[in-house]
Design a binder for this molecule. Structure first.
Ligand SMILES: NC(=O)c1ccc[n+]([C@@H]2O[C@H](COP(=O)([O-])OP(=O)(O)OC[C@H]3O[C@@H](n4cnc5c(N)ncnc54)[C@H](OP(=O)(O)O)[C@@H]3O)[C@@H](O)[C@H]2O)c1
Length: 225
């Protein structure tokens, strides 16, 4: 089996690498892709050095069975055609295709069978907060239909990617040294703080992050919850 990771240098991409290293999947070749920022960088996988290739509109995905894509919604939208053109199944971690009617949105513990109906050869996985919630909700749903869930989430810096995690570390170091902490990835200082707001507000006064949980949960559970 040939597998590609798109966004290998990122917070999610690095987690993909760690998990693939742990599992005994029969991987004949693993290909890593990124932008010009990480192209040429090397990572170790099963005792070998792998070099990150520049993601381009070419035939690099020919012969790749599965591409694990986690490089932001814009990149997924731009490269979906290139990635799937020769038969590769694209498993997309971004929000680009989650609500597309021709793209199944899958949490294996909840609706694995939906993955079989993927006419565009794209399978989306949901927002990280939705995933863990629906695993719990689906168990209850089997016993009794859930009409409404009240949700509060407490999300870590890692949810905003590798640069956000670095910023939190830098803020702690600056504060420990009596210096002004750097603030650029978040709207406010995150160290020793909680920011009660993720993503932009929608017309209904909920944020995009909140509405993702609402829409994605209904799609995954095939429910009017
Ligand atoms: N962090 C989470 O907990 C989480 C959870 C669920 C979903 N997601 C989603 O997963 C995606 C990645 O998140 P992340 O947290 O891993 O972000 P990240 O740490 O900022 O990493 C972004 C990755 O995307 C790559 N990339 C960006 N633009 C690219 C391009 N034009 N071509 C090729 N590669 C490109 C980057 O490569 P370079 O370094 O080469 O630029 C990097 O590897 C996002 O869509 C995010 O919403 C994240």
């Amino acid at each position: 089996m040939r597998i590609a990771i798109v966004g290998a240098s990122g917070a999610v991409g690095q987690e993909f690498l760690r998990i693939l290293e742990q599992r005994a999947l029969p991987i004949d070749e693993l290909l890593l892709f990124g932008s010009e920022r990480s192209a040429g960088r090397t990572y170790r996988f099963r005792g070998r050095e792998l070099t990150v290739k520049l993601l381009q509109h070419n035939d690099d995905f020919r012969g790749v069975d599965f591409a694990l894509v986690s490089a932001g919604a814009g990149t997924s939208r731009e490269f979906a055609g290139t990635i799937t053109r020769h038969g590769t199944v694209m498993i997309d971690n971004s929000s680009a295709f989650r609500m597309d009617e021709e793209v199944p949105l899958v949490v294996p513990e909840v609706n694995a069978a939906d993955a079989k109906n993927a006419p565009r050869r794209i399978i989306a996985n949901p927002n990280c907060t939705t995933i863990q919630m629906v695993v719990a909700l689906q168990a209850i749903e089997r016993l009794s239909h859930i009409r409404r869930a009240h949700v509060a989430t407490y999300q870590s810096a890692s949810g905003a990617g590798a640069a956000a995690m670095d910023e939190l570390t830098a803020q702690h170091a600056a504060l420990a040294g009596g210096a002004e902490p750097p603030v650029s990835k978040f709207a406010f200082q995150l160290a020793y703080n909680v920011i009660p707001h993720i993503d932009i507000f929608q017309d209904n006064d909920y944020t995009k992050e909140e509405m993702k949980m609402y829409h994605e949960t209904r799609k995954i559970m095939h429910s009017d919850i």
